[in-house]
Design a protein around this ligand. Structure first.
Ligand code: NAD
Ligand code: BTL
Length: 488
């Protein structure tokens, strides 16, 4: 058997062996095949990355925005040229279907590089009129060294959503991908170098929570942009507090999808399936609490069940596959535990929720999409993030009631509303405490629209021009045009 290839850190514009001398193995979750032996960054590796980033920052931040933007746009073009190669890497690292990855992962990453590349030349402050004798202006300046820490479900997208605005604004970046999906962050580093990024501006370090802790607590890192679970987010916030770092937190959710009685039922079912089963349900913003008006509940469930049972659970590399492998055996067990819990709590499992063996992927972690009806708001399956393909359906009778129930959660990442009554749609959305709301669709995240959470689902926003505010700081400059009026 051939030895798995090495996956290095990427520091100062080139691959780097870990000073720590440690490594870990990266597996394909669908097949169990070893993908690579990954160099693991220790404290001294982080130090090396910080020093490289500091040097890179000096050079990069001195360039005009138009030149920074050109590099990002070139990187976007390379990503698009290598779309299928990068998509296949993403599928092997995550277990998600190849039917999804080119668009949902690679195009989404390229969009961010292109979008923020286009904005780089337009980062500016404001003029403040102070009358004839003075004026002030503000400068929007980069923060310095930003760090990104990513989750495993959208590895390249997460890396690009953080890196593109950070670099557009003139910062350097140190990125730690999830230990479960380390490959495409290194590919992104190679592509950025090929596109002309000066060395040290984008660095990749691999490792688990300990490596993340070194990053989050490092006094010379100016900002952390974190994507992951709420419990880890709390630890990162505590570490970041030590040096009062700026933070962006993209955390978990348990989002509501409300289907009123006048909805176009096939569209509502399509959205509920997208909102629960895309990427095997491993999506932060998923609408896992589906509130269906009691008048259409039975019709909704009947269509949903038959369409869900027609989904193909299979080899993620097969273009016909709709449901791939969960990220790990441990995660599959966690999801199965929630299925058992739902039954124990009295919900009706009307479809799926079973382990599935896929031919050619016998070591994978497959589960059939689960639909629970007769759910109650206080059941754990309706309150806790499962991060797998488990949908909980509840009924409701009126608008005030469903809004109150939808908002009764510590999360606030996303929400959806289906109705043909647009006045009602906007009225309800205005009352929902969630960072992203969809009307008559679900889970679309174009790069020009801010994305992020209310309540414990996060701090700050990714995407759209507003993301640049989170990677810059304002300097106010007062300019005197007359004499100084002495106070003494
Ligand atoms: N809001 C969003 O945009 C978004 C997007 C994707 C995923 N998520 C969330 O991510 C979670 C799933 O991802 P996960 O299992 O990788 O999350 P996780 O919190 O376990 O890990 C996320 C990252 O944090 C690192 N980490 C672990 N302990 C750390 C520590 N003490 N200090 C610093 N870093 C540490 C991990 O190595 C990994 O890179 C879900 O809750 C999901 O909702 C949110
Ligand atoms: C940001 N998003 C919704 C595309 C993926 C989150 O898990």
């Amino acid at each position: 058997m051939s030895r798995p290839k090495k996956l290095s850190l990427y520091i100062d514009g080139k691959p780097a062996k870990a000073i720590s001398g440690k490594s870990f193995t990266n597996y394909n979750p669908a097949t169990g095949a070893k993908l690579s032996e990954v160099e693991q960054a220790g404290r001294r590796d982080i130090e090396k990355a910080v020093q490289a980033a500091r040097r890179g920052f000096q050079e990069w931040s001195a360039l005009p925005g138009i030149e920074r933007g050109r590099v990002l746009k070139k990187a976007a073009a390379i990503l698009r040229e290598r779309r299928m190669e990068l998509a296949e890497i993403e599928v092997k690292d995550t277990g998600k279907p190849i039917a999804e990855a080119p668009e949902a992962d690679i195009d989404s990453g390229a969009d961010a590089l292109e979008f923020f590349g286009g904005l780089a030349a337009d980062i500016k402050g404001e003029h403040h009129d102070l009358g004839p004798g003075a004026f002030a202006y503000s400068r929007r300046e980069p923060l310095g060294i930003c760090a990104g820490i990513g989750a495993w479900n959208y590895p390249l997208q997460i890396a690009c959503w953080k890196t593109a605005p950070a670099l557009a604004a003139g910062n350097a970046m140190i990125f730690k991908p999830s230990e479960l999906t380390p490959t495409n962050a290194v590919k992104l580093a190679e592509i950025l170098t090929e596109a002309g990024l000066p060395k040290g501006v984008f660095n990749v370090v691999h490792g688990m929570g300990e490596t993340g802790h070194y990053i989050a607590s490092h006094p010379d890192i100016d900002k952390i942009s974190f994507t992951g679970s709420v419990p880890t987010g709390r630890k990162v916030l505590a570490d970041a507090a030590g040096s009062v770092k700026k933070v962006t937190m993209e955390l978990g959710g348990k989002s509501p999808l409300i289907v009123f009685e006048d909805s176009q039922i096939h569209n509502a079912v399509s959205a509920a399936m997208n909102a629960n089963f895309y990427t095997q349900g491993e999506i932060c913003s998923n609408g896992t609490r589906v509130y269906v008006h009691e008048d259409i509940h039975d019709a909704f469930v009947s269509i949903l069940k038959s369409r869900t049972e027609a989904m193909v659970i299979g080899d993620p590399m097969d273009p016909a596959t709709h449901v791939g492998s969960l990220i790990s055996g441990d995660h599959l067990e966690k999801v199965m535990e929630y299925v058992r819990l739902g039954i124990e709590e009295g919900a009706h499992l009307v479809s799926g929720g079973e382990k599935v063996t896929v031919k050619g992927c016998e070591k994978g972690h497959f589960i059939s999409p689960a639909i629970f009806t007769a759910c109650q708001d206080d059941m754990r399956i309706c309150r806790e993030e499962i991060f797998g393909p488990v949908m909980s359906i509840m009924t409701f009778r009126d608008e005030d009631e469903v809004v109150a129930r939808a908002n009764d959660t510590e999360f606030g990442l996303a929400a959806g509303v289906f109705t043909q009554n647009l006045a009602r749609a906007h009225r309800v959305v205005a009352r929902l405490r969630a960072g992203t709301c969809w009307i008559n669709n679900y889970n679309l995240t174009p790069v020009g629209v801010p994305f992020g959470g209310y309540k414990q689902s996060g701090i700050g926003r990714e995407n759209a021009a507003v993301a640049l505010d989170h990677f810059t700081q304002l300097k106010s400059v007062y300019v005197e045009l007359g004499d100084v009026e002495s106070s003494y």
